[in-house]
Design a protein around this ligand. Sequence first.
Ligand code: PLI
Length: 470
Amino acid sequence: MSPHTLMTIGQQFERRSWAEPWKIKMVEPLNIISREDREKALINAGFNTFLLRSEDVYIDLLTDSGTGAMSDRQWAGMMLGDEAYAGSRNFYHLEAAVQDFYGYSYVVPTHQGRGAEHLISQAAIKPGQFVPGNMYFTTTRLHQELAGGIFVDVIIDEAHDPQILHPFKGNIDLEKLESLIKREGAEKIAYVSVAGTVNMAGGQPVSMANIKALREMTDKNGIKLYLDATRMVENAFFIQERESGYADKPIAEILKEFCSFTDGAWMSAKKDNLVNIGGWLAVNDRELFEELRNLVVVYEGLHTYGGLAGRDMEAMAIGIAESVHDEHIFSRIGQVRYLGELLTTWGIPIVHPVGGHAIFLDAKAFYPHLKQIEFPAQTLAAELYLDSGIRSMERGIASAGRNAETGDHNYPKLELTRLTIPRRVYTQAHMDVVAESVRAAFENRGKTRGLKMVYEPKYLRFFQARFERI
Ligand code: PLI
């Protein structure tokens, strides 16, 4: 990795320090309950942070999904909701924003990302086809499997190692993809599923060179290439920072260039697009669009609202435009990096390089005495909550679920606890508090016992599974 990639945001702006490009207009008080009450709340929640009540949480780093703060302009846009069943003017604003900033021709709104994943999976996968992707994401893979697809991980090997410093750890390994195409035949590949950034790898980006090469390979074989654009603006930041030729290009330009190499995208607008609810699906193929537009009325709502209120679509259209401001994305990733740098200074094992949306604690390195089946990452999430009321999320064996064919646990190489930073919500002082809590859990690590799973639902088990202390 070049030294350039390690520059702080402040250095990029050639000033000593940097600050958020906004000021706070409204505040929401935080609640902190006693350690004794946290112990009770954790037991009631079956040691699963998804089952905690938010009023029992102090700093909520469960997810960056739908937890961001909207701007005054977005809130003003909410008042302009056109709540017509059909043809809402806010839909046309959203459509224009996706076309302008992402460059796709046809847009279908959905209630959130998984609604869009459902539609594209149903429309583009025939049972028994393979869906190669750059590491799995929980809901994405499940919808691909429910449509009869077989997910194949073709991310570069470096992505599975928390310590390797590779500037684009989200890249697809072209040799792995080529050998899958050769082995199975191009007609057995539904499409290539590429996510920028890669959530489960630590928010790691894909390079422009990689997407260009992917486009060439898929074109040569007549295969479609679809993008999970959920955090693609953050991906564009890393291209600007790390890839030669992009340092002087605005984020908006990089985003559009990247998307131009793909045939379409699905979006959880709850992340990059700065809204509390919403999603969309966009493609360039008219025929596929007709099919998606027909499917959306079955599962989400009419094709001009897709399960959303008009006001939600207005906020999304405005959020899209705000999300590509260079200052916004610098400070967003800068805050994540600030937390990462603190933890690294204190010798706490995290995934490197620090990615776009979260710090991923390496729970295997944290608790070397725990076997993976003792749920080290789930344990660490529980310990952090106990220590300070901070809520994080398991991204390890519980999230990885079971093998669709054998029913065995999947044992991912990465066993991580995610501290996910909501956009425009917390200050650097909150990050200090979080870092100190992680340090306390780290100092206590030798005494920590693991967990056993005592309840396991069939789908996406990490959301609702229950655990007990061993
Ligand atoms: O939560 P949804 O249904 O709006 O979006 C699903 C989804 C799709 N792709 C990616 C990369 C995601 O990260 C994602 C949702 N992520 C969540 C909820 C998270 O906490 O990371």
